[in-house]
Unconditional design. Structure first.
Length: 319
């Protein structure tokens, strides 16, 4: 049984996150951290050792996180990482959602809710009436493979049936990195919100390039005055760490919220699907402006490494 624990961290949450991961390590050595606030824990041995059900063990974890660090969490439990993550997304604070019957849990879920199914894949499947996990699971495997390809078709077909072969890898390299900006007061000005996003894109882009990584997708989280949040994510056209590309996608995600006069307390940007830059392909461009921007970015990175992170900033941030 796998637990997916999503800690409800207030900014700056990444300071406490390593301690919370260590807390999970008191129950099982197989803990995979997914910053900024999520972790997977393989508790099959812990359930036998402590003689508790998944819900009971999750309650102990929740109480300890609250007592020691003042951090609440939502917890989902399932037989594999995919189902545990899906359960955690639907769980309410204080209640652990345990997936005992994967087929019943997945049947009416939209196909886009499955891990590894992006907007393009979902659009292809929905075009053939395969708009739910149940319908994909009932479809013959060869049909899925003709639509999506041999490997992708089998992966989607298996996940629609609740099969996820991904292991929980302790001490694995981070799959995401995030940064957040909190406003000193409730912010309704769209321009100020976009300035925050540009700052976040510059910060994450610089960090990724420094560490030799690229990301496959971005997620924007908006935190409102009533402490509620909304998150939306979208894949990049190609894996990258170019700050301008990150900012462009972040703006598009921000526009999709339709915030208008909403009172925004903070904005977070998360780069997801991290992988090594050496293995990423870049589509060559015939636009000289793009090549020039990337050369300038490389020079700016060297200047920041020597003189500090604020040595070179975009004009709108320096004003």
């Amino acid at each position: 049984m796998i637990l997916c624990v999503r800690f409800r961290l207030a900014p700056p949450g990444e300071v406490l996150f390593p301690r919370l991961v260590d807390l999970l390590g008191e129950f099982t050595p197989t803990v995979e951290a997914a910053p900024p606030g999520e972790a997977l824990a393989d508790v099959r041995g812990a359930l036998r050792y402590f003689d508790r059900t998944p819900a009971e063990l999750a309650s102990v974890i929740r109480v300890r996180a609250l007592a020691l660090y003042g951090v609440d969490c939502v917890i989902g439990a399932g037989p594999n990482p995919m189902l545990a993550r899906m359960a955690a997304r639907e769980a309410r604070p204080g209640v652990t959602l345990v997936v005992d019957d994967p087929a019943a849990f997945l049947r009416d879920r939209p196909v886009v809710a499955l891990d590894g199914v992006g907007r393009t894949t979902a659009r292809t499947l929905c075009g053939y009436g395969l708009d739910s996990a149940g319908r994909v699971a009932d479809a013959p495997l060869p049909v899925l493979q003709r639509l999506l390809g041999a490997k992708a078709g089998r992966e989607v077909w298996e996940r629609a049936r609740g099969i996820d072969r991904t292991p929980v890898v302790p001490h694995a390299a981070s799959r995401s990195v995030a940064a957040e900006r909190a406003f000193p007061r409730d912010e309704t000005d769209r321009t100020e919100q976009r300035r925050a996003l540009l700052s976040l894109a510059e910060e994450l882009g610089t960090r990724l390039r420094t560490e030799g990584q690229v990301c496959r997708a971005l997620a924007v989280t908006v935190r409102y005055a009533d402490r509620t949040t909304t998150t939306r994510s979208r894949a990049l056209p190609e894996p990258g760490a170019h700050s301008a590309a990150l900012a462009t996608l972040a703006y598009a995600l921000h526009d999709s919220f339709g915030l208008q006069r909403a009172r925004v307390r903070g904005i977070a940007l998360r780069a997801e699907g991290l992988t090594g830059a050496e293995g990423a392909a870049h589509q060559l461009s015939l636009d000289p402006a793009d090549d020039k921007a990337r050369r300038i970015e490389a020079v700016a990175d060297r200047a920041r490494a020597r003189f500090g992170p604020r040595a070179i900033l975009p004009g709108s941030l320096a004003a």
